[in-house]
Design a protein around this ligand. Structure first.
Ligand code: HEM
Ligand SMILES: [Cu+2]
Length: 539
C-alpha cells in the first residue's frame, strides 16, 4: 500500500483514512457500509411492524363486539394497521433489496470500486432516516397517530384529526431516498461496468435493479406530489380532492395507484433478480434464457405502469376502463411467467445442491405463485367485486409482497451473509426456521383467503362469531411464522459473533463477488477484472 497513484490506495484514503468508530459509519461513503446501515435500520423497522402485526392477530382471537375488545379499541386498531402497513411498505419492502444488497453488491458484481456518486449514496440513507423520524414524530404530535390505512385515502385523510400532514410529509421525504438510490444505480450500470462486461454479460440482479431504478425515478414523484396535495388540502382547503370543495376523491385514487402499483414492481423486480442469481449457483448450470429474463424485467416495469386501475374496479370508473385495466393486468402475468418458466427450465435435470439459500427459492416459488394466481382472481372483474376490500386482498398482498420480496430478503441475507460478514451460519437451524416460517405463513394467510371469500372485511377490529374458528387458527399461524422469523434472524446474529470463518466462495458461485475475499476489502478489487464470458458460464 505505497504507490500514491494506485487507485486502490486513493480509495483506501477516501474511505478509511478519515473517520473511525461511529463517525466512520455515519460519515462513510463506502457502498458496502451504506448497505449495512440500511440493513440495521430496516431490520429494526421490520421487527417493529411485525410486532404490530402480531398484536392485530392477537386482537382477532375473539370478536370484540360480543365480549368487549380483546386488546385495543377500534381507534387504536385503525392506527395499528395503518402504521403496520406504512412501515412495512415505505420503510421495509420498497427500499428493501436495492438499498441493502444493491448497495453492497451491485458495484462488486459490475467489477467497480463503488457507485457513481458515493456522497449522494450516503445522502439517500439520511433521507431514509429523516423520513422515518418524521413519521415517528407524527405519532406523538398533533391529533395523534395516523389512522387512515397505508393508502391515505381521501376524503377521510382530509377530515380525520389524526396527524396526517406530518405522517405523509415523512413518506414524501422517504421518496427522495428512493430516487437518489435509483439515480446512483442507473448511472453506475451505464458507466462503471468492468471492461468486457457488455449489457448482456451483466448479472441478472443488475438488470432487476436497472428496471426498478427507472420505476423509482419516474413513479416516485407522482406519489410525492400527491401527498403534498393532501397536506395542501388539509391546511388550505384548496378543493382538489375534497368533494365538499368541488374536488374529486377519485383523482386521489388514480394518482395514488399510478405510483403504488408500479411500486409493487420496485418490490419484486430486485427479488426476481436475486432468484436468477441463486438458481445457477446451486444447480451448477448456466441460466436458461438469459436474454428473455433480462428483457422480461423491462417488460414487467413497462406494462406494470398501465394496470393501476385494477385497484379501482368498485370506485365508479367507466366499464371501458375497467375492461382495459383487467385485460392489462392479465398481460403482466406473461413476462412474470417467462421468468418462472426459465427458472424451472434451469433446474430441469440439474444436480441441485439443496443448501439453505436454495430452499428459500423453493419457498419463494410456492408462496409467490399462490400470490400471483390469486392476483388473477382479483384482476377479473366479476370475482374482484366479490372479494375487494376483504381479507382475500390482505392475504393476496401478503403472499406476493411478504411471500415474494420478504422471503427473498431473508433468502438474500442467507445467500450473501458469508460474503458480507466472512462468517458461516448453522444450516440445520436455518432450515428449521424456514420450515416454521413457511408453515406459519400458510396457516396465517391462507385462512384469510377463505375468510375473505366468505365476506370478512379488512380493517375491522371485530367480526361475526362464525369467523372465530378460522380467526383463531390464523392467529396461531402468526405465532408459528413469527417464531420462524426470530429463529432465522437469531441464527445469523449468533453466526456474526460465533460463526466459523467463511471461505471466499462457499456456494461455488460464478459472479464477481465470489472472486474476492469475505468480507470484501474496502477497495473491492486488487485490479479491476476484464470480463470475457457470461455471468453464469462455468467454463
Ligand atoms: C410479519 C408478520 C405480519 C403479520 C402478522 C401481518 C398481519 C397483518 C394483518 C392481520 C393485517 C390486516 C389488518 C386488517 O385489515 O384488519 C395486515 C395488513 C397489512 N399488512 Fe401485514 N402482516 C405481517 C407482515 C407484513 C409484511 C412483511 C408486509 C409487507 C408488505 C405487510 C403489509 C401489510 C399491509 C400493507 C397491510 C394493510 C394495512 C392497511 O389496511 O392499511 N405485512 N397485516
Ligand atoms: Cu395493483
Amino acid at each position: 500500500m505505497n504507490s500514491q497513484s494506485d487507485t486502490k490506495y486513493i480509495h483506501y484514503l477516501q474511505y478509511r483514512g478519515k473517520f473511525k468508530g461511529i463517525p466512520g459509519w455515519l460519515l462513510t461513503t463506502d457502498h458496502k457500509k451504506i448497505g449495512l446501515l440500511y440493513l440495521i435500520a430496516m431490520i429494526t423497522f421490520f421487527l417493529v411492524a411485525m410486532s404490530l402485526g402480531f398484536l392485530m392477530k392477537l386482537e382477532m382471537l375473539k370478536p370484540s363486539s360480543t365480549k368487549g375488545s380483546t386488546l385495543m379499541s377500534a381507534q387504536t386498531y385503525n392506527a395499528v394497521f395503518t402504521l403496520h402497513g406504512v412501515i412495512m411498505i415505505f420503510l421495509f419492502i420498497i427500499p428493501g433489496i436495492p438499498a441493502v444488497f444493491g448497495n453492497f453488491f451491485l458495484p462488486i458484481m459490475l467489477g467497480a470500486r463503488d457507485v457513481s456518486f458515493p456522497k449522494i449514496n450516503l445522502l439517500s440513507w439520511y433521507f431514509y432516516i429523516a423520513g422515518a423520524v418524521i413519521v415517528l414524530i407524527s405519532l406523538h404530535t398533533g391529533g395523534g397517530p395516523i389512522d387512515t390505512g397505508w393508502t391515505f385515502y381521501v376524503p377521510y385523510s382530509i377530515r380525520t384529526t389524526a396527524n396526517v400532514s406530518l405522517a405523509v410529509f415523512g413518506a414524501f421525504v422517504l421518496g427522495f431516498s428512493s430516487i437518489l438510490t435509483a439515480i446512483n444505480f442507473i448511472t453506475t450500470i451505464h458507466h462503471l461496468r468492468a471492461p468486457g462486461m457488455k449489457w448482456f454479460k451483466m448479472p441478472l440482479f443488475a438488470w432487476g435493479l436497472y428496471a426498478t431504478g427507472w420505476i423509482q425515478i419516474l413513479a416516485t414523484p407522482v406519489i410525492g406530489i400527491t401527498l403534498l396535495l393532501v397536506i395542501l388540502e388539509r391546511t388550505l382547503g384548496v378543493g382538489i380532492f375534497d368533494p365538499a370543495l368541488g374536488g374529486d376523491p377519485l383523482l386521489y385514487q388514480h394518482l395514488f395507484w399510478i405510483y403504488s402499483h408500479p411500486a409493487v414492481y420496485i418490490m419484486i423486480l430486485p427479488a426476481m433478480g436475486l432468484v436468477s442469481e441463486i438458481i445457477p449457483t446451486f444447480t451448477k448450470k448456466n441460466i436458461f434464457g438469459y436474454s428473455a429474463i433480462a428483457v422480461s424485467s423491462l417488460a414487467i416495469a413497462f406494462v406494470g405502469y398501465l394496470v393501476w386501475g385494477h385497484h379501482m374496479f368498485t370506485s365508479g370508473i367507466s366499464d371501458t376502463s375497467r375492461a382495459i385495466f383487467s385485460f392489462l393486468t392479465f398481460v403482466v402475468a406473461i413476462p412474470s411467467g417467462v421468468k418462472v418458466f426459465n427458472w424451472v427450465a434451469t433446474m430441469y435435470k440439474a444436480s441441485i445442491d439443496p443448501r439453505t439459500p436454495f430452499l428459500f427459492i423453493m419457498a419463494f416459488i410456492v408462496l409467490f405463485s399462490i400470490g400471483g394466481l390469486t392476483g388473477l382472481v382479483l384482476g377479473a372483474l366479476d370475482t374482484n367485486i366479490h372479494v375487494t376490500d376483504t381479507y382475500f386482498v390482505v392475504a393476496h398482498f401478503h403472499y406476493v409482497m411478504f411471500g415474494g420480496m420478504g422471503t427473498l430478503f431473508f433468502g438474500g441475507l442467507y445467500y450473501w451473509f458469508p460474503k458480507m460478514f466472512g462468517k458461516l451460519f448453522n444450516e440445520k437451524i436455518a432450515n428449521t426456521g424456514l420450515i416454521l416460517f413457511v408453515t406459519g405463513f400458510n396457516v396465517l394467510y391462507f385462512t384469510m383467503f377463505i375468510m375473505g371469500y366468505q365476506g370478512m372485511p379488512r380493517r375491522y377490529y371485530t367480526y361475526l362469531a362464525e369467523f372465530q374458528t378460522l380467526q383463531v387458527i390464523s392467529t396461531i399461524g402468526s405465532w408459528i411464522m413469527i417464531s420462524g422469523i426470530l429463529i432465522l434472524l437469531g441464527n445469523l446474529v449468533y453466526a456474526l459473533f460465533r460463526g466459523r470463518k467463511a471461505p471466499d466462495n462457499p456456494w461455488g458461485g460464478t459472479t464477481l463477488e465470489w472472486t474476492i475475499p469475505s468480507p470484501p476489502p474496502v477497495y473491492n478489487f486488487e485490479k479491476i477484472p476484464v470480463i470475457t464470458k457470461g455471468p453464469y458460464e462455468r467454463n
